[in-house]
Design a protein around this ligand. Structure first.
Ligand code: VAL
Length: 385
């Protein structure tokens, strides 16, 4: 009796310690499917699903399919934490692509890091994201790499630019990080910052800020915010009479924002970490599949989410060669997978990429686009030379 009990106990213990990886292989997607941040999140869902379909059609991981498990983070920190906890402890994913906002990443990523679950940020561009911990990397190039390109392009369009106004969302980690880079670059380029105005991502009325900007007679406005706030800000700037150039940050990098500022989005300059014309074979395939389904060029957020899933799959394939994924202990696999992600080289829609020692993306090319509106709702990002 005693012996049976202790045997039972032993097997229960070993079960808890050695949880095998389930098949299909579960990869967590924790992005904003609801809230204002879903303007980005919806594009991420599309990108991730395309990757799942495409990579499974090509054999998944050594013949074993992957399965994406979606947990909606909504737009705040609590939602991201909740989604991460579910994916880690209930859904038993091998790793997580997410969250959407840097503001969320600073709260949710430490949870995955402590649990030794690899996270690939698909769109977090604030400084300091990969430094959250050893298990955190990202495929979204940081503001330091992206933002300066937009200002240089503005000066190319109008070399006489001198006086600028800077506006940013002070309650958002990405926006405060990005405005720091914009302001430093403006100084480096000998631009004179006439005014710095703050707002909240939840604001709808920007009369105070716009009035301050108009009072300074600037010829360039630089905005760091998310989609809804920045879109409304641009609209009100134009409606109240601002005529000069506008540079927008990564929060304006989605066509979901077009219906918000409508025709007033026209001409806004936005730097990009992805171009639909990127010449790699991986991108040609991705862009073709996307276009066939959605009748337009793929946006940056979709390309980056696709890339996040692909990096997981490519790294899993290397480990699968050593030992079939289904034979791994989940905890061991998560640790080995994180190591493999960081040492690998990947041929993705963003071009060939790898990671630096912190887990930040090393990417070859960046781009700048200008918004061209066709009517009040529809427009495109026109890539500039
Ligand atoms: N890149 C931003 C961030 O890191 C948004 C636009 C997704 O929060």
């Amino acid at each position: 009796m005693k012996r049976t009990l202790s045997l039972l106990l032993l097997s229960a213990l070993s079960l808890a310690a050695a949880q095998k990886v389930a098949t299909p292989i579960a990869i967590g997607i924790a992005v904003a499917q609801t809230s204002n941040a879903s303007l980005f999140g919806q594009e991420q869902v599309i990108g991730a699903k395309l990757a799942e379909k495409f990579l499974n059609a090509r054999g998944g991981v050594g013949g074993t399919p992957i399965k994406l498990v979606f947990q909606d983070t909504s737009g705040d920190e609590a939602g991201a934490i909740n989604a991460f906890q579910n994916l880690i402890s209930k859904d038993n994913v091998v790793g997580i692509v997410g969250p959407t906002l840097s503001q969320q990443a600073f709260s949710a990523d430490p949870i995955a890091d402590r649990a030794k679950v690899p996270v690939i940020g698909p769109s977090n561009t604030a400084k300091g994201i990969p430094q959250i911990g050893a298990y955190i990397s990202r495929v979204s190039a940081p503001v330091t790499a992206i933002a300066p390109n937009a200002l240089k392009q503005a000066l190319k369009i109008n070399p006489k630019l001198k006086k600028v106004a800077v506006l940013y969302a002070q309650n958002d980690a990405f926006s405060t990080s990005e405005t720091g880079i914009f302001q430093q670059t403006a100084k480096d380029l000998d631009l004179n910052i006439a005014t710095v105005q703050k707002f909240q991502t939840t604001d709808n009325d920007f009369t105070t800020q716009v009035t301050a900007v108009l009072g300074e007679n600037v010829d360039l406005v630089i905005i760091s915010g998310l989609a809804n706030d920045s879109g409304n800000l641009i609209k009100q700037l134009r409606q109240l009479g601002y005529k000069g150039l506008i540079v927008g940050g990564n929060g304006l990098n989605s066509s979901s924002m077009f219906p918000i500022c409508g025709q007033y989005c026209d001409g806004v300059i936005v730097a990009q970490a992805y171009s639909p014309t990127q010449s790699s074979a991986a991108n040609q395939l991705f862009a073709r599949e996307y276009k066939a389904q959605y009748k337009k060029d793929p946006p940056q957020f979709a390309a980056q989410a696709y890339t996040g899933v692909q990096v997981f799959v490519d790294a899993l394939k290397v480990l699968d060669h050593k030992r079939k994924i289904a034979d791994w202990d989940l905890g061991e696999l998560r640790v080995a997978l994180n190591k493999q992600i960081l040492i690998g080289k990947y041929k993705t829609p963003l071009g060939e990429l790898s990671f630096d020692k912190d887990g930040d993306i090393v990417q070859q090319a960046f781009y700048v686009a200008q918004i061209k509106m066709k009517d009040a709702k529809n427009g495109t990002f026109v890539f500039l030379k």
